[in-house]
Design a protein around this ligand. Structure first.
Ligand code: SF4
Ligand code: FE
Length: 488
């Protein structure tokens, strides 16, 4: 079985024995918890769409390992066309869920770990790539959702991992045994952790010689002994406890992040992909971050499509759609959104083959893509709020709308265009609120800023990849400046 049905995915999660804390309580059944379930629905959509012949081209691929059809989230990119399809798949899922569907971190992690372990083995004679291929085979066979876990809590940003007051602020090896390693530490804001079967841990920064115990990469079952999770809060998350109401904005879908803690977790050698090879730590970070920066040129664009549609509907329902400034704002939103997409497609089309055979995006363009993502969704959200009007944050609740007495008052005074039910207007305003300020805003706004690396991380990469010296040479030639002095 290389493609799980959505139902099989949900059932497989129920079999996990995850230790999850949410609002100070141990959650007995994460799958049915009303705050967690919408995020599970988003991952489930990656299984659902893969079953649909209409989306087979984007959602599935042929495994280079087995020749079998696999979900694209379990696939290693074999061509620039694969990289382009990845971005298109993410836009599609963003459109269908208007939330973070979480599964990309695993896809980006396997693609990065594949090429880096291959190159590491070639140079150092290690055996990591064989370990990795075994894991990948299982992942494809079982159609696992894998949480690619990179970001450590990092403590004092000025200090290297081994110089921190608390050694656990970066995941590290505390014991090397004949049969494996023991690790401690934590990974912060882990996307989709509670909806994942396995986790794939990577280091979060380049490491120096003193940090050898911190240059560690491995995979583990998500419910491995010693691993537990503390669920992150999101704005307006407790609205989900109120039942299926208009007030949640997005009826079915959501995303989540969690703190993932490793308390002396044993990892057998066959699941280890790096253990002290500091010189490859930075390369792994660069490639994973590069792939995830490409990803944002797909997922955020898809959510942006929903937000633009919602803003246009709000204008229709308000009776403002014909105003020229509204039309212009909607054009501006589309311009910004398609610019994000253009970068996602461009860095994919310019992808190249690595030594392992897996394709890597153009890193400069992927970083430009993500740098734009740290800005444009904010402007798109600002324009959506402008068009929606203040009512998106002052509306009464669905309970008021349904109330036998005041319901009529809500209905009467929150009516826009006479032919449009007040309830529709409330629904669309709540959706805009959800994407710009509510639970989906985590994925659409703040994650646009910090996910896949904060803006400064991209600027460092742009500086490294931009090749300013070559540009100086171009200018010198055009201006007639030679090493011998000014041209005669
Ligand atoms: Fe995927 Fe986007 Fe969520 Fe990252 S933020 S996991 S790319 S949907
Ligand atoms: Fe993300």
């Amino acid at each position: 079985m290389t493609l799980k049905t959505p139902e099989q995915y949900e059932e497989s999660l129920r079999k996990l024995n995850l230790k999850v804390y949410l609002q100070g309580e141990l959650v007995e059944n994460p799958v049915d918890h009303p705050i967690i379930r919408p995020s599970m629905n988003s991952v489930k959509a990656t299984y659902e769409l893969a079953q649909d012949p209409e989306y087979a081209e984007l959602m599935t691929a042929t495994s280079y390992l087995t020749g079998e059809k696999v979900n694209r989230f379990c696939h290693l990119h074999q061509s620039p066309a694969d990289l382009v399809k990845k971005v298109k798949m993410q836009r599609l899922l963003g459109q269908k869920t208007a939330a973070c569907f979480q599964r990309c971190v695993g896809m980006d992690a396997i693609n990065a770990v594949d090429s880096v372990t291959f190159e590491m083995d070639e140079k150092l004679g290690t055996q990591y790539h064989k370990h990795f291929e075994k894991f990948l085979r299982q992942m494809q066979q079982e159609d696992w959702t894998v949480d690619g876990a990179m970001t450590d809590p990092k403590g004092d940003r000025y200090l290297a991992p081994s110089k921190q007051a608390d050694p656990d602020l970066f995941v590290h090896i505390v014991e090397r045994r004949k049969d494996g390693i023991v690790v401690c530490g934590a990974k912060a804001h882990q996307t989709g952790a509670i909806n994942s079967h396995w986790i794939l841990v990577m280091p979060t920064i380049s490491m120096g010689k003193d940090d050898a115990d911190y240059a560690v990469s491995f995979c583990a079952p998500a419910d491995e002994k010693g691993i537990f999770y503390i669920y992150g809060r999101q704005s307006c998350d407790t609205r989900k406890l109120e039942g299926d109401t208009i007030d949640v904005g997005n009826k079915k879908f959501g995303g989540h992040e969690a703190l993932m803690v490793f308390d002396h977790v044993f990892i057998p050698w066959e699941n280890v992909f790096m253990a002290g090879e500091t010189e490859f730590s930075g390369l792994l970070v660069e490639r994973f971050a590069g792939y995830h920066r490409q990803s944002y040129g797909g997922c955020k664009v898809g959510v942006g499509d929903v937000l633009i549609g919602a803003a246009a509907l709000a204008a229709d329902y308000n009776g403002a759609a014909r105003a020229s400034h509204i039309k212009d704002k909607l054009i501006e939103m589309q311009h910004l959104n398609e610019t994000l997409y253009a970068c996602g497609i461009a860095c994919s089309a310019e992808g190249h083959k690595t030594a392992s055979g897996t394709y890597l995006i153009d890193l400069l363009l992927a970083n430009v893509c993500k740098q734009n993502v740290t800005r444009f969704p904010y402007e798109i959200a600002r324009l959506a709020e402008d068009i929606a009007g203040g009512l998106m944050v002052t509306l009464p609740s669905q309970k008021d709308l349904n109330h036998p007495v005041i319901g009529k008052v809500v209905e009467k005074y929150f009516k826009g265009v006479a032919s449009i039910p007040t309830e529709w207007r409330m629904r669309i305003l709540r959706l805009i609120e959800n994407i710009t300020l509510g639970t989906a805003a985590v994925g659409y706004r703040t994650e646009s800023m910090h996910g896949a690396g904060s803006p400064q991380a991209q600027r460092i990469m742009i500086a490294r990849q931009g090749n300013i010296e070559a540009k100086k040479e171009l200018a010198k030639v055009i201006a007639g400046i030679t090493d011998q002095g000014a041209a005669k």
